[in-house]
Design a protein around this ligand. Structure first.
Ligand code: GLA
Length: 363
C-alpha cells in the first residue's frame, strides 16, 4: 500500500476534545435550582481520538482513576434512552485534565464520549441533560447539573452565569488582566464517598420543612424568618444556599464593572459560608485559600466545586507571580505534609473540538 494511503487509513475519523471546569462562585446551589458562575478551563482538556469500527464502544486510556468505563457505558445508555443514535467507536482517551481533582474530569469524559459516539449536533441543553442523566441515574453520583452545563456553555474568555432553575446560561466577559490560579490540595474527593450526598439531603430536608420545592424560592429578605423554622444545622445549610445565590450576581456584575473589592469580598464570604455554614471545607483547603489570598495581585480566593478536598481558585492580576506561588506550595507542604499542584488558566471553550470524518460540529 502506498504510504499516503496507509496514513489516510490510520486517520482518526472521530476527534473530540472537551475541557474541565472550575466554578468561580455558586457552589452547592445547583441541585437546589440556584445560581453559579463557572467557566471551562483553557488547556485542561480530555480527548478522544478514534475510528468508527466494530459494533460497540471500545475505549482505551492511560487515565488514572477507577470506574471511567462505567461512565462511558452510562453515556451510551443515556443516549439510547433519549432515542439518539450510538455509533460504534474504537478510541483512545488522553488528557491534560487531572482526574479526581474536583475539576469535573468525569463530566468532561461523559461529554467527550457522547460527542464521540453521536455524530449529529444536539442542543447544549440536551447534551448536558443526557450526560447528567448518565452520571446521576446510571452511575449513581448524586450530582447537580453544574459541571455539564459549565462545559457545554463554556466560551473562551467568558464565565457562564448559570441559572439552574431555568437551565439557562449567560456569558460574562472575563477581565483581560486576570488569570485563574487553580491549586489542588492533594486531597481527592469522590462525590459518593463524602458528605456531598448528606449535604444535598440536608438541603432537601430544609426545603421540605419550609414547604418549598427548592431553596431557590427563599429570598435573602426571608432568610431570618425561615431559619427560625429549622433546626440549627439545617438553618446553616439554608443560609449558605440563600447567601451564595445572592453573591453570584454580585460577582458577575463585579467582573463586568471591574470592581475588584466587591469581587474579593464576595469570594471570601463564599469561602467562609462553605466552611462555617455548609461544613464543606477542610483545614487544608482553608490554609490554601488563606495563603493564596495574601499573594501579590490576588483579588480573591475560595474553594471551588464540591469541597471536602479538591481545589482552591484564586483570581490574580497578570502576570501571576510564579515565585510567590512556589512559596505558597512550599509552605503548604511544610504545614500539611501534602503536595499541592497548580495551574494558571483562563476561560476557554468547553467543547474544544468535535469532528466526525473531518466535519466539525458545535463550531
Ligand atoms: C460537584 C457536583 C456539582 C455541584 C458542585 C458543588 O462538582 O458535581 O453538581 O453540586 O459539586 O457546587
Amino acid at each position: 500500500m502506498p504510504s499516503s494511503m496507509a496514513s489516510h487509513a490510520a486517520q482518526p475519523e472521530v476527534r473530540v476534545e472537551v475541557a474541565g471546569r472550575a466554578n468561580l462562585i455558586g457552589d452547592h446551589t445547583d441541585y437546589q435550582a440556584g445560581l453559579a458562575l463557572p467557566f471551562a478551563l483553557r488547556g485542561l482538556t480530555l480527548r478522544i481520538d478514534g475510528r468508527r469500527v466494530g459494533d460497540g464502544l471500545v475505549l482505551t486510556s492511560g487515565l488514572a482513576g477507577e470506574g471511567w468505563g462505567r461512565y462511558a457505558a452510562a453515556v451510551a445508555r443515556s443516549l439510547r434512552y433519549a432515542r439518539r443514535a450510538v455509533r460504534p467507536l474504537d478510541g483512545t482517551i488522553s488528557a491534560t485534565l487531572p482526574a479526581a481533582a474536583g475539576l469535573s474530569s468525569s463530566a468532561a469524559l461523559g461529554l467527550a464520549v457522547a460527542l464521540a459516539v453521536h455524530d449529529e449536533q444536539l442542543s447544549s441543553l440536551e447534551l448536558a441533560e443526557i450526560c447528567h442523566r448518565a452520571e446521576s441515574a446510571y452511575v449513581g453520583v448524586p450530582c447537580g447539573m453544574l459541571d455539564q452545563l459549565a462545559i457545554v456553555n463554556g466560551q473562551a474568555d467568558h464565565a457562564s452565569l448559570l441559572d439552574c432553575r431555568e437551565l439557562s446560561s449567560e456569558p460574562v466577559p472575563w477581565p483581560a488582566d486576570l488569570v485563574a490560579v487553580i491549586v489542588h490540595s492533594g486531597i481527592s474527593r469522590g462525590l459518593g464517598a463524602t458528605g456531598y450526598a448528606q449535604r444535598r439531603a440536608e438541603t432537601e430536608a430544609a426545603a421540605t420543612r419550609l414547604g418549598v420545592d427548592t431553596l431557590r424560592e427563599i429570598e435573602d429578605a426571608d432568610l431570618s424568618a425561615a431559619m427560625v423554622e429549622l433546626p440549627e444545622r439545617l438553618g446553616r445549610r439554608l443560609r449558605h444556599v440563600v447567601s451564595e445565590n445572592a453573591r453570584v450576581p454580585v460577582v458577575a456584575t463585579a467582573l463586568r464593572t471591574g470592581d475588584r473589592r466587591a469581587l474579593g469580598q464576595a469570594l471570601a464570604e463564599s469561602h467562609r459560608s462553605l466552611g462555617m455554614d455548609f461544613d464543606a471545607s477542610t483545614p487544608e483547603i482553608d490554609l490554601l485559600a488563606e495563603l493564596l489570598a495574601d499573594l501579590p495581585g490576588c483579588v480573591g480566593a475560595r474553594m471551588t466545586g464540591g469541597g471536602f478536598g479538591g481545589c482552591v481558585i484564586a483570581l490574580v492580576e497578570t502576570p501571576a507571580d510564579e515565585a510567590a506561588l512556589d512559596a505558597v506550595q512550599r509552605t503548604y507542604a511544610q504545614r500539611t505534609g501534602r503536595i499541592a499542584r497548580r495551574w494558571i488558566t483562563r476561560p476557554g471553550p468547553g467543547i474544544v473540538r468535535c469532528e466526525h470524518d473531518g466535519r466539525a460540529l458545535y463550531g
